[in-house]
Design a protein around this ligand. Structure first.
Ligand code: SF4
Length: 354
């Protein structure tokens, strides 16, 4: 087993293609030497392709309404125990202005799947933010039609995050009633065709998830050739059907992140807030095994605690300035610097000289 691990690690170090079995071998890295070697390789690949900087993306959670009922998510429509909010276009613009003043060059607009914001409203929001500064705008608003994705791109949106959540079709269907894996893939394809820098990702440690299915997650990200991937541990929310299930294993989430970094060297990989929620040093750990992005929350404080996909989210009581200070502290702690510029994908096709 140990010699097999070393052989696969050598393959990975040589950037040779890894099979599903190879990925599972890496995900089984034992605590101690094996894990250290896996993380060191991921860190080396990150350093080679992204250097000593960490990109910041300011995230505005503008609506916690959602038409879906995902079993793992506190925003699910059946959860009657949260107060719902929608920020107005003006409030989103003001929050963006504040983030831009703080120095952010990417604004992530995230919400539940909330059709209340029609495509024209979203286009107006994007255009108004772009008037303040040509920051990169990332949308994370769920499934829409191909025409809407195209319209939003033409309005100025640069990137789109649509996590596939799990590549295990059966698990996907059981955890996301009323939605389908095929439709998810279709949306990802439409986003790719529309010209976005594409982001996807998955949770680690979902009940019933296997190492095989985590390997499938990484292979899917590779096949989609995503520009960004969010990979974080599952954290059960008490007001969902998965309350009482064990949380995902942070070490396994870090190993998944490390393998993703090795297999997708150019991809932007965030140190997730979920990792920071599970362990006070979770984001530092992620930055040391492949992550090169952090997404501080710049949502106005009064809405912040209402956007709880999972409970006790790190930084929920910090205002945008405090969030930024903390994150910069984390970045310096691991010997890195905050990146200047928008942090577009390093792929030549997305280097437009902003
Ligand atoms: S995971 Fe996304 S789509 Fe599912 S309920 Fe939560 S916000 Fe809605």
């Amino acid at each position: 087993m140990d010699s097999n691990f070393q052989a696969v690690l050598q393959k990975a170090a040589g950037q040779q293609p890894l099979s599903k079995e190879d990925i599972v071998t890496l995900l089984k890295a034992k605590p101690g030497n094996q894990q250290r070697e896996l993380f060191a390789l991921a860190d080396k690949v990150r350093q080679q392709h992204h250097g000593n900087v960490v990109h910041l993306r300011g995230i505005i959670e503008f609506s916690n309404y959602c038409r879906n009922d995902c079993h793992y998510c506190g925003l699910r429509r059946s959860n009657r125990n949260i107060s719902r909010y929608r920020m107005t276009v003006q409030q989103v613009i003001e929050a963006s202005r504040r983030a831009i003043e703080l120095g952010y060059n990417t604004i992530v607009l995230q919400s539940g799947e909330d059709p209340w914001y029609d495509v024209n409203t979203l286009c107006r929001m994007i255009a108004e933010i772009k008037k303040i500064k040509n920051v990169a705008i990332t949308l994370s608003i769920g499934e829409r039609s191909k025409e809407e994705y195209q319209q939003l791109y033409r309005a100025g949106a640069d990137r789109f995050l649509l996590k596939h959540e799990t590549a295990d079709r059966q698990l996907f269907s059981s955890l996301r009633p009323g939605t389908s894996f095929e439709r998810r893939l279709q949306c990802l394809q439409w986003l790719r065709e529309s010209g976005y820098q594409l982001g996807s990702g998955n949770m680690v440690g979902l009940p019933g998830q296997t190492l095989d299915s985590l390997a499938e997650d990484i292979l899917l990200l590779k096949k989609l050739d995503v520009e960004m991937a969010g990979i974080g541990p599952f954290i059960p929310h008490p007001q969902t059907p998965l309350a009482g299930q064990p949380a995902g294993d942070l070490q396994l989430a870090l190993k998944t992140l490390a393998v993703a970094r090795i297999m997708l060297p150019l991809c932007h990989l965030p140190a997730t807030t979920a990792a920071g929620t599970m362990h006070s040093e979770g984001r530092q750990m992620a930055l040391n095994c492949g992550a090169n992005v952090i997404m501080p929350n710049v949502t106005p404080l009064k809405y912040r605690r209402l956007y709880q996909i999972y409970p006790n989210k790190a930084g929920v009581t910090d205002d945008p300035q405090q969030s930024l200070q903390k994150i910069v502290g984390i970045i310096h702690q691991v010997g890195r610097e905050v990146a200047a510029g928008r942090g577009d994908s390093p792929k030549p096709v997305f280097q437009k000289g902003y």
